[in-house]
Design a protein around this ligand. Sequence first.
Ligand SMILES: C[S@@+](CC[C@H](N)C(=O)[O-])C[C@H]1O[C@@H](n2cnc3c(N)ncnc32)[C@H](O)[C@@H]1O
Length: 152
Amino acid sequence: MKITIAAIGRATRGPERDLYDHYAGRIRWPLTLRELEEKRKLPAPQLMQREGELLLEAAPAGATLVMLDRRGKVLDSEAFAARLGSWRDTSVSDVAFLIGGADGHTEAMLRKARLVLSFGAMTWPHLLARGMLAEQIYRAQQLLAGHPYHRA
Ligand SMILES: C[S@@+](CC[C@H](N)C(=O)[O-])C[C@H]1O[C@@H](n2cnc3c(N)ncnc32)[C@H](O)[C@@H]1O
């Protein structure tokens, strides 16, 4: 199973990038980060729509889409690991996690998702969200392997 993280924005050197790299480097599933940006200055509704298009284009064809959004489903780490494990075990070839920009995802985008995943009701910076996601994917990998990294 291959994993793509498609995210609006580019992380330059700094703590958010270090956090992502720290956990991404420990993930054994083949992992690709696609950083995307709309260069034109557009009004917020058009920008959100355009960013949605960029995110969908960056996802491999037929990928299981997981959109990160605070309005989504809150899963504990065991349940998140179980989702990834069941996709792995049912021969899902690609999972794509989509992280929005400053204005987030449109409702139309969210309807395309297999899972809308929330890290709680608070809004997190998009560059931090990718590091948090990488940590949870790493945690899921260790949980599925029966490794003691995760202690509930
Ligand atoms: C700065 S936030 C977008 C804020 C936007 N105004 C909103 O309320 O959704 C940028 C991206 O980070 C991710 N993100 C931020 N907070 C999140 C949360 N609590 N749960 C899941 N994803 C989150 C989402 O992908 C979001 O589109």
